[in-house]
Write a new protein. Structure first.
Length: 94
């Protein structure tokens, strides 16, 4: 399944659809429902069990997070504090 589409012309990071940015980078895993998507963590090589499939669900992006803005979350301790902006920079979407 493809990530949702977004209007062209948005440049501010809060207006980018993170699912599309991860798809462009070849790191989109699968939809998890309710604007939540499994992705490959940009820092997967540093995880205790490296996995670059992007389908496990331990790394997710939200089209609209709890703040009303897109967000990123990786459950691995190495990624504590990493933000969506950090992820965008790492995958070349910034």
């Amino acid at each position: 399944m493809q990530p949702p589409k977004v209007c062209e012309g948005f440049t501010h990071w809060t207006q980018k659809n993170p699912a599309i940015e991860f798809e462009r980078a070849g790191m989109y895993g699968r939809p998890l429902g309710q604007q939540k998507h499994a992705v490959c963590c940009p820092w997967w090589r540093d995880h205790s069990v490296p996995d670059n499939s992007g389908t496990a669900g331990d790394t997710v992006i939200f089209e609209t997070g709890s703040t009303g803005k897109p967000s990123f979350h990786c459950a691995h301790s190495h990624c504590v504090g990493k933000t969506l902006v950090d992820a965008y920079k790492e995958i070349g979407a910034w």
